[in-house]
Design a protein around this ligand. Sequence first.
Ligand code: FAD
Length: 116
Amino acid sequence: AAKYGCPADSIALGRGTWRLLHSMAAYYPDKPTVEVQNDMFAFIKIFSKFYPCPPCAEDFRNWLKSHTPDVSSRSGLSRWFCDAHNEVNVKLGKPEFDCNLIDQRWKDGWADGSCD
Ligand code: FAD
């Protein structure tokens, strides 16, 4: 990845962005109001237009066409972002992440206490 303090390359940008997106999902309400659901839906759509890696953003927009964001709940949104991230992992030849572990990775910390 690019040196810290220098312009972000696709690796540094991706790491920082996934950190933000998965954390946003971790803080999303269990029972969001319709307004909140609409806002998250709009955020994802607009994000897909401005993500500052044009080929990445284009692939993400195409994936979005067949994978409607699940904005119905925290767990649904967390799972949806996990699936989105796995789509990129597969494209890049990386292992898929086990989405059953999403809350430990991004919300609660690992069950073995290693994040405490
Ligand atoms: P990252 O993939 O950045 O992951 C960071 C951490 O997230 C991992 O260490 C792991 O703990 C956790 N994690 C991994 N998978 C998941 C998952 N499925 N759910 C939850 N947590 C997970 N790069 C390209 O080269 N080409 C692209 O087309 C491309 N498209 C992208 C599209 C988007 C919307 C975003 C946000 C990023 C994209 N990237 C793309 C960047 C790429 O996904 C990685 O961020 C980058 O390659 C750095 O990878 P990394 O191995 O450091 O870990």
